[in-house]
Design a protein around this ligand. Sequence first.
Ligand code: AMP
Ligand code: ZN
Length: 430
Amino acid sequence: MFWDQASETLARPTLEHLQIKLLQETLHRVRERVPFYRQRLAELNLQPADIRTLAEVRRLPFTTSDDLRAIYPDGLLAVDRAEAVRLHTSSGTTGKPKAIFFSRADVDNAAELIARSLVSAGITAADVFQNMMSYGLFTGGLVMHYGAEKVGCLVIPAGPGTSERQLMLMQDFRTTAVHILPSYALYFASYLEQKGLRPRQDLTVRKAFVGAEPHTEETRRRIEQIFGCDVYNSYGLTEMNGPGVACECEYKAGMHLWEDNFLLEIINPVTNEPLPDGQTGELVLTTLRREAMPILRYRTRDITSVVPEPCRCGRTHRRLARFVGRADDMLIIRGVNIFPQQVERVLMSFPQVGRNYLIIVEGLDDLTIKVELTPAAFDGQLEHLEALQQQIIEKLRAEIWIRPKVDLVPAGSLPVGEGKAKRVVDKRSL
Ligand code: AMP
Ligand code: ZN
């Protein structure tokens, strides 16, 4: 199923030609209207017409999240303030956030991309879509909402609310699709378990869009098993509208990135050299149709690769592989690089492991992993727990090359916040 078949299946040469045309328009726009970019282009002695091929894109300047903080609140605006109709900010934890403005056309376009994404995963106007992401400055609420409305779904703006309320809405309105944080999906599953509910039988959810935070294939499989639904990975970031940047189609094998809206590069984050499809590096994105706030070569700090093969669904827009993690989340412990997702992959392969875990680094690079077990795994037999603990330690050591300390703790004993999950406490930097 397609929302906009013509755009989604453009022949590659046509798509690339379109990208160059849109990029040049974007460059003209920022050069005329955004002093920040006018100056950067002047420093590099670059004219919009100099960028005639995609290979020449690497001559353009990068934009970093520090740049966005430095120009806060509105230094990158390319329209009059009166033409901006919406503001979102990114979920920064410290200091000033990054503020992103939308014009009327930007709002409509963001909804259009969500509609493409949802329909590619099989959502129709007949679906009841419960959006369990936060409504407010975070894009996961409103941006997703308008896209699902555009498809014609009955949209329930549930927001993050309590599990009790989510369940009530799901049952009373017979929710068929949800938009949910993967960490919250696992937490919600344990809530249902405690209530004695069986999600497969007692709920009608058939599709779940999970994203906004890194998660593993093992976590996807778990959510699918528990709820008896198809789970689609969905990627976005505030700087690029929020959700709707890339989403999996029915084949669930990588996320189609809408290349007629975003120019995609993968680079080596240290040397800044471009990397070919299939190689893992930092995702760099340029907006191609943004009116209010175009952004050139944004360093996402997200680590992924492009799936080299075309997709069976017929969409020509390339797919991003599941994210390895954020460059900023990478831990360096005793000289070894570790992503929290490597730990998660190992943990979720044990059926005895519950829904939550926490990675703690302290002292001189001491690594402790607190792991919640399922209630059934605590069977009162100490030798069983000790054996399990050893198995987990060994499997982790094989994956991350470091032997961590592993604490097995009962379900529900680790902290759960309202927003994105916090998986790492690095006491070394405190
Ligand atoms: P925000 O701008 O607050 O919505 O945060 C965006 C960030 O969330 C991205 O830059 C990624 O680091 C992360 N993120 C969003 N979706 C995914 C996903 N599907 N997989 C991994 N990380 C994601
Ligand atoms: Zn596909």
